[in-house]
Design a protein around this ligand. Structure first.
Ligand SMILES: [Zn+2]
Length: 136
């Protein structure tokens, strides 16, 4: 009794309360790998913000388009990430040359993402059922 939950972000994963996820890796078929907040921060830390694999990115949040081959390179050459196997599997099975990262915790509407990559990203992300979209 009397337990506090001040450190929710670092709470243990529980099957009853799956984390909603902080970052989603999505392929063109709609397969997804969700990272929680700590995993997302770790991944960006280990991979220099996925810089080497980024084809196009929103300048104000973590949403981006990644090149499949480069993602695999980054995952293999960098220090081991606890979700590297899941990410590599998704990436290897991606039906196109790109995979997409959606920042699930930002309020960003990507207004400054003025690149053809953004259109591609929208098309890939919006086909995914169950992803929370900002109200129009
Ligand atoms: Zn954005």
């Amino acid at each position: 009794m009397g337990a506090t939950f001040r450190v929710m972000a670092f709470a243990e994963r529980s099957p009853d309360h799956p984390p909603e996820g902080s970052l989603a890796f999505v392929d063109d078929d709609g397969n997804r790998v969700l990272l929680d907040a700590a995993e997302a921060v770790l991944l960006f830390g280990l991979t220099d913000g996925l810089e080497a694999a980024t084809v196009s990115a929103c300048p104000t949040c973590r949403s981006r388009v990644l090149a499949v081959v480069a993602v695999l390179d980054v995952l293999e050459s960098g220090p081991f990430h606890p979700r590297a196997t899941d990410l590599a599997e998704l990436t290897e099975e991606a039906p196109t040359l790109h995979v997409y990262v959606e920042d699930l915790v930002t309020e960003c509407e990507h207004d400054d993402w003025l690149d053809p990559g953004f259109t591609e990203w929208c098309e890939a992300i919006e086909e995914i059922p169950g992803v929370r979209r900002p109200a129009p």
